[in-house]
Design a protein around this ligand. Sequence first.
Ligand code: FAD
Length: 292
Amino acid sequence: MDITKLFETEKTVFSFEVFPPKKESGIDTIYQTLEQLTDLKPDFISVTYGAGGSGVANANTIDLCNHIKNHLGIETIAHLSCLYNTKESVDEILDRLKAYGIENILALRGDVNPDYETMHDFSYASDLTAYIMSKQMNFHVSGACYPEVHQEAPDMRTDIMNLKHKVEAGADHLISQLFFDNHAFYDFLEKVRIAGIDVPIEAGIMPVTNKKQIERMVSMCGASIPAKLSKVLQRFGDNPLAMRDAGISYAVNQIVDLVANGVDGIHIYTMNDPYVAKKITESVSSIVTAGK
Ligand code: FAD
């Protein structure tokens, strides 16, 4: 199914993201996690693709997408990054996705990983997007976007112009980087729409359930921490249970505000934690299914 069809209903699209285990030993756990996430009836589950190389995790991306779509009956998006792929390796991946009936790809550039040598067939996600479209294999391509500007972009205007180029290359659905301040997302959305980008944009929500993990994430992606969240981290950061519950509440509050403001969709970075995904879903299910 073409993911963009989901945005044609009155409901707010509600989706999850998981990552494949880095070692074979984690495989059983991810299958259990996916069963639990399926019970929550998301509109789709996307599966990330490792940065660099063609290791276990990347082979598992396709296998997990196959499992989600063909065994669990949930729509899926396979992430695919291009800095470490050649046209030939992308061709092989596209053939495998096609063989499993997987129709949706989140085309990414990927982050630079000093452990691997970059290939030179693709420089940006828009190159990969254009390449996938040129194959005419009926894939639907999604892209990433950055409410607080991608860390390598010189400014918001340039980043949005590059995003427009990605959409013109064929991306017809966008998922945002995580953010904790909804105003940053609303400002970005306004600028993006003025720039003439009119595809559905899902808001990426990361529940903050672990202080160290969020400090690492923020240093990698540059998301700002509003004073309200900073207080939560200071007060509950060293108490795992309190931090988890406060993080779930913070994410729920963000989602309620986003849906009330008419967001196209909510994409939860589940961090493969079905308990947190369940708590959030239970709290917002009547909200996301209420008409827009
Ligand atoms: P691009 O869209 O190519 O943008 C990268 C930078 O280049 C930006 O600064 C942009 O402004 C600039 N740029 C773009 N086009 C041009 C141009 N033509 N000329 C000059 N500058 C240009 N990473 C993974 O490795 N695996 C994953 O599964 C994964 N999933 C993700 C899911 C989401 C929703 C998001 C938001 C990110 C994800 N990432 C993932 C991280 C992503 O790979 C990094 O953020 C990466 O640094 C940028 O990828 P991109 O696809 O957004 O790149």
